[in-house]
Design a binder for this molecule. Structure first.
Ligand SMILES: [Zn+2]
Length: 96
């Protein structure tokens, strides 16, 4: 996994394949991505790379929803927590 981009690492962690894309349904640096699949709520995010961390932002208000360290063994749990936190946050946008 050494030469993979952060996004490829996420894909690898999620799918076992850095080029497979079941959870991130769009390409490009500024597009909105969906964290989906499994029992947790779907959340829309934008990625920004900061060193070893991938920061996830709300695409509507740019609020930081969480961050992922791809070297962490807890990345699955981190993604699950971001989806829970993010879905609560994004409910307010749906009510506007
Ligand atoms: Zn927001």
């Amino acid at each position: 996994m050494m030469n993979f981009t952060a996004e490829q690492k996420i894909r690898y962690k999620l799918t076992g394949n850095p080029y497979q894309d079941p959870d991130f349904q769009h390409e490009g640096p500024n597009v909105i991505r969906w964290l989906t699949g499994g029992p947790n709520p779907t959340v829309k995010v934008q990625f920004q790379q900061e060193g070893d961390l991938t920061i996830l932002y709300c695409p509507w208000c740019s609020e930081k929803l969480g961050q992922l360290d791809m070297s962490s063994k807890n990345v699955y749990q981190d993604i699950a927590e971001i989806r829970i936190t993010g879905s609560k946050h994004q409910r307010q946008h749906q009510n506007n």
